[in-house]
Design a protein around this ligand. Structure first.
Ligand SMILES: NC(=O)c1ccc[n+]([C@@H]2O[C@H](COP(=O)([O-])OP(=O)(O)OC[C@H]3O[C@@H](n4cnc5c(N)ncnc54)[C@H](OP(=O)(O)O)[C@@H]3O)[C@@H](O)[C@H]2O)c1
Length: 243
């Protein structure tokens, strides 16, 4: 039985990697899914591959006008929004002594600031019983050299989900954070074989995760299967940050 029949979902950054896997899974489970991202070609491919209903609305989530256009489209086509996954994110390494204001702004503008304004923009459309899933990272609570700004931006999403769980309780909107460990997506394209091996050695399950494994957890947090889970962080990391 499909788990999201009749639901409407938004997945930001749904044209590649984890976001693509989440959007495809939600669509297979019966949801109508709106995806966003800056690259039209990636979005078109995602729509073409869909085994369900996916609508692409091209846009940059750091831009207010693009966010407004996204939610105007959702309202016009569906009226309400049951599930929001803030997945669009960026990761770039920089050790403390090399961090520039531009690096800081780029990471925080998308991972923290855009996450906040995406949720704020979606809320007027979200009825009682809706679910918000923020994509965090285990980098938000473990120390990884070179990922200070990225980790801090992901710790911000975790903090948002705690506060918003209380702020939105009266409206019946659940907020949870889904924090992946190393997942084999385009974000890993630049990683050398040596780094991949070093990383794999740190993971109890002995391999990188697959985007589909994160999508399965996103489905759980987005669906009524998790109806009594709020303000939590679910880690999909092969045990890396758990033991
Ligand atoms: N892969 C991992 O190991 C891992 C681990 C922990 C957490 N995460 C998190 O998981 C999420 C997805 O990452 P991924 O690994 O799937 O990498 P990815 O394939 O690079 O996905 C990032 C997505 O975000 C979109 N995006 C980037 N900037 C955007 C913007 N300004 N506006 C709208 N969309 C934007 C990208 O599309 P466009 O470029 O077309 O805009 C892309 O579809 C991120 O939040 C990341 O931090 C990943």
């Amino acid at each position: 039985m499909q788990k999201l029949t009749g639901k409407t979902a938004v997945v930001t950054g749904g044209g590649s990697g984890i976001g693509l896997a989440i959007a495809q899974r939600f669509a297979r489970e019966g949801a109508h899914v709106f995806i966003t991202g800056r690259r039209q070609a990636e979005l078109d491919n995602a729509v073409k591959q869909a085994e369900g209903s996916i609508t692409a609305v091209q846009g940059d989530m750091t831009k207010e006008a693009d966010l407004a256009r996204l939610f105007t489209a959702v309202k016009a086509h569906k009226g309400t929004l049951d599930i929001l996954v803030t997945n669009a994110g960026v990761s770039e390494p920089a050790m403390l002594h090399t961090i520039t204001p531009a690096h800081y702004d780029k990471i925080f503008n998308l991972n923290a600031r855009a996450t906040l304004f995406t949720v704020q923009g979606a809320l007027p459309l979200m009825p009682h019983g809706s679910a918000v899933v923020l994509i965090g990272s285990i980098a938000g609570f473990i120390g990884t050299p070179g990922y200070g700004v990225y980790g801090a931006s992901k710790a911000a999403t975790r903090a948002f989900s705690r506060t918003w769980t209380k702020e939105l309780a009266d409206r019946g909107v659940r907020v949870n954070t889904l924090s992946p460990g190393p997942i084999d997506t385009p974000m890993f394209d630049e990683v050398t074989d040596e780094m991949r091996k070093a990383l794999t050695d740190m993971i109890p399950l002995g391999r990188l995760g697959k985007p589909e494994e994160v999508a399965a957890a996103a489905l759980f947090l987005a669906s009524d299967e998790s109806s009594y889970i709020a303000g939590a962080e679910l880690c999909i990391d092969g045990g890396m940050a758990q033991v």
